[in-house]
Design a protein around this ligand. Structure first.
Ligand code: 5AD
Ligand code: SF4
Length: 491
């Protein structure tokens, strides 16, 4: 870790101390610690950022709550990839305003991608004046400083950076799950797909040093983590701009060697950058999960070109063919946008053709949302809403049909699942995740959360299974778990 990082980290620690004086005074006045609620919108990157923000709040002396009504500090970590994400934030801010009227000392803070848009910040300054603190994606590591400034001020504190080349390592983190964790390997995106706002709000691609990533994963494993999800907007271009360049496949090889780590996931992969080297590493590593999220976005060459995706329908299909040949049990999921400017029903037929031929295990389908500042938003051939909806429904029914067919193929099979949580509806059941990312619900002791078990997938219900744990002997045989550890859990 370089000196500059340590200086910044120490600065932030001093601000955490300052915040602690505030939280201690709050405790004296109210007879309890102040409570903070962090609400996350959007993707896995945001979820990981929220764990860092929560870590800082906890160190600063806040107790955490999931209920905004109970909180003395509310932080929205926002998303702006589609307009409905923005609208949800504005809607919820209205509710926060009414809470603040009842509790004037309530502090309201906003951060994340939406705050990197100038128009949004102006709107909040003008029409949502009860907000206390706004910061962006590039200076999130300074949260302790902003929090301390805001606690000492009656005015709205606003600090947004246009860009950064900094990556601050080793901030405090409060993980949501003890047995699995996201790990950022890179930030930003250089691809500029013509519909996408991410490169504007998350900045240029910056990769973390491999040693930092491996060190973080090793510490996580020591702390009980068995599964990591390597995160980046385009993981396949990881490492290209480092002083000592390294490929994503090479990084994966090194992560694979970490003892005690059982499962490795990653997202998101851009089809144009997915290398043969990566396919080989996946093929030979039992730790890398049999799942690849490979956004298609559209199946028509004309639309793909207008989207600036830099691959054709045939190239995408050939890549999938190669993947399935090398890793026959791989599950492939995707993202698709419907209603990109100029898209006709014939273009959507091409997309549907790809869905049928690839047989995606799942596809997230989105209606195109114009984002101010992106090239697509300025295109004059925006598609009328009724046509978009008609095409969207057509696509969705094929997506659902093929996903169901794929899921049905595993019915009756015995597979390894990582138990993730106790079922909300019935506490006698738990939910496990298979290597292919599908979920299975089955009866089991809650103490198995965080453990690997073998489960028979009795029934397929489209997007999930119900099943049962198979007998103890085959379980120990298959899961390679220390017997003592498991005996302790099961007795
Ligand atoms: N409109 C609709 N969907 C979008 N996505 C990104 N930008 C837009 C937009 N402007 C989708 C893409 C991407 C996923 C995260 O969000 O499918 O893969
Ligand atoms: Fe957006 Fe394209 Fe970058 Fe993904 S690869 S974040 S869709 S610009």
């Amino acid at each position: 870790m370089c000196n500059e990082n340590e200086i910044e980290l120490n600065r932030q620690k001093e601000y955490i101390e300052k915040c602690r004086t505030y939280t201690a005074a709050f405790q004296v006045e109210h007879g309890r610690a102040p409570r903070a609620c962090v609400v996350t919108f959007g993707c896995q990157m945001n979820a990981r950022d929220s764990e860092k923000l929560t870590g800082i709040l906890k160190e600063a002396g806040y107790e955490l709550t999931g209920a905004e009504e109970e909180a003395d500090f509310v932080l929205y970590n926002t998303c702006t990839v589609r307009d409905n994400a923005n609208q949800r934030v504005y809607g919820r801010l209205g509710h926060l305003n009414s809470l603040k009227k009842k509790k004037p000392y309530l502090k309201i803070a906003l951060c994340g991608c939406m705050m990197q848009e100038q128009a949004v910040v102006e709107k909040i300054r003008k029409s949502y004046r009860f907000v206390d603190l706004i910061f962006g994606t590039h200076n999130l590591f300074r949260f302790a400083e902003f929090l301390s400034d805001s606690l000492a001020s009656e005015d709205m504190v606003v600090d947004i950076w246009d860009e950064t080349d900094k990556i601050v390592e080793n901030l405090p983190v409060e993980r949501k799950y003890r047995y699995k964790s996201g790990v950022n390997i890179m930030f930003g995106c250089n691809n500029f797909c013509s519909y996408c706002i991410v490169p504007y709000v998350r900045g240029r691609e910056r990769s973390r040093e491999p040693e930092e990533i491996l060190g973080e994963i090793e510490r996580l494993v020591e702390d009980g983590v068995v599964e990591v999800m390597l995160l980046g907007q385009n993981v396949n271009s990881y490492g290209k701009n480092l002083e000592h360049p390294i490929t994503f496949a090479q990084l994966l090889r090194r992560v694979d060697q970490i003892e005690g780590l059982r499962r490795i996931r990653f997202m998101t992969s851009h089809p144009k950058d997915l290398s043969d080297e990566l396919i080989q590493v996946m093929q030979h590593s039992p730790k890398i999960c049999r799942h690849l999220h490979l956004p298609l976005q559209a199946g028509s060459d004309r639309i793909l070109e207008a989207m600036n995706r830099r691959y054709t329908k045939e190239q995408y299909l050939a890549l999938v063919e190669k993947l399935k040949h090398a890793i026959p049990d791989i599950s492939i999921t995707t993202d698709i946008i419907v209603g990109f400017p100029g898209e006709t029903s014939a273009d959507v037929d091409e997309t549907i053709d790809v869905v049928r031929r690839v047989q995606f295990d799942n596809a997230f389908t989105f209606i195109y949302s114009p984002r101010t500042g992106t090239p697509a938003a300025a295109m004059d051939n925006q598609v009328p809403e009724e046509i978009v909806h008609e095409n969207f429904d057509r696509l969705l029914s094929v997506v659902q049909e093929t996903a169901k067919q794929r899921a049905a193929l595993l019915e009756g099979k015995v597979m390894e699942a990582l138990v993730e949580e106790v079922n909300e509806q019935d506490p006698a059941f738990v939910t496990g995740r298979l290597s292919n990312n599908m979920l299975v619900h089955f009866k089991a002791d809650r103490r198995l959360v965080g453990k690997f078990v073998m489960v028979k997938l009795d029934h397929c219900h489209g997007f999930y299974y119900t099943g049962r744990m198979v007998d103890w002997l085959s379980q120990t045989k298959h899961t390679r778990l220390g017997k003592m550890v498991d005996n302790q859990w099961l007795n």
